[in-house]
Design a protein around this ligand. Structure first.
Ligand code: FMN
Length: 267
């Protein structure tokens, strides 16, 4: 499946069939994890965790948010500048790979028992465990909680393009027409998952081929993680469309409308 298709297909899946992942799929995901690296020189790792057999069951508490999952992915990273963004970028690549395999996933930043997961992960002294996700076969049976969270609705209820992306400065909304070749990469940012669906990223198209990414505040303090996901969607879509460029941190771009993170410069 193409990246663009995987981004469009992905949604939070909270109810699973209890069936453990097949060995073939596990191997594919583990191989993919070995191949990908976090950007910005960030030291991040993704671990595969299994609940095990009934005889030796490992408990992964999710406070009732997730049901039936037998396998989990856990993201850990070493504290450093852009570590949270880089780790999230890496994790989203794996999430999209799993989507391409037809599997369900759900980013979890709050609703999981850190104690349960840390027991299985064994962190190095500088390492942080911030995010986990179940990975498995989606159950056709939706639970009441899932309906109440409006999981399906969330996926389409994103803010309009012109309220997230701006033309030269924050006063002028960007149109898809004005965005040109960047319309689709930005659309893939728009539909990205974010904590509480807060969509805490803003992008200013400053001049041709130069885009500045800003973080706004998000509920629960996940704006850097949300940004990492957005940067992943943006760059991976550019790659797929053959748009060349790179991320660079620039000076003097602070703004009251958001906390400056990084810029994309086209080549
Ligand atoms: C960083 C992050 C943390 C999240 N934490 C949780 C969580 O703790 N519990 C949960 O049920 N969903 C969590 N989500 C899922 C979001 O609620 C979901 O991505 C958003 O509502 C958009 O819906 P969608 O993923 O179906 O497109 C999280 C998502 C992100 C990106």
């Amino acid at each position: 499946m193409s990246i663009i298709e995987s981004i469009k297909q992905r949604k939070s899946v909270r109810t699973y069939t209890s069936q453990p992942l097949s060995k073939e799929l596990k191997d594919k995901i583990e191989n993919f994890i070995r191949q990908v690296q976090a950007p910005f020189g960030v030291e991040a790792r993704i671990r595969f965790l299994h609940t095990g057999t009934d005889a030796e069951r490992v408990k992964f508490g999710t406070y009732g948010f997730i049901s039936g999952a037998s396998d989990y992915l856990a993201l850990t990273y070493e504290e450093a500048p852009l570590a949270e963004e880089g780790g999230a970028y890496l994790f989203e690549q794996v999430i999209l790979f799993c989507t391409g395999l037809g599997l369900g996933t759900c980013w979890l930043g709050g609703s999981f028992s850190r104690k349960d997961f840390k027991r299985q992960v064994q962190l190095n002294p500088n390492e942080r465990l911030r995010i986990v996700s179940p990975v498995g076969y989606e159950s056709g049976r939706k639970r009441l909680l899932e309906f109440l969270q409006g999981a399906e609705k969330h996926h389409i209820s994103r803010k309009p393009f012109g309220t997230l992306f701006f033309d030269k400065n924050f006063a002028v909304p960007l149109t898809e027409e004005k965005a040109g070749i960047y319309a689709q990469p930005l659309e893939m940012v728009r539909i990205a998952p974010s904590a509480n669906n807060s969509q805490s990223w803003r992008v200013v198209l400053a001049e041709e081929g130069v885009l500045h990414f800003y973080k706004t505040t998000s509920l629960g303090g996940f704006s850097a993680t949300d940004m990492g996901i957005a940067l992943c969607h943006f760059e991976q879509t550019c790659k797929e469309l053959g748009i060349k460029g790179y991320f660079k941190m620039m000076n003097g771009l602070e703004n009251k409308q958001g906390k400056y993170c990084i810029s994309w410069i086209s080549e």
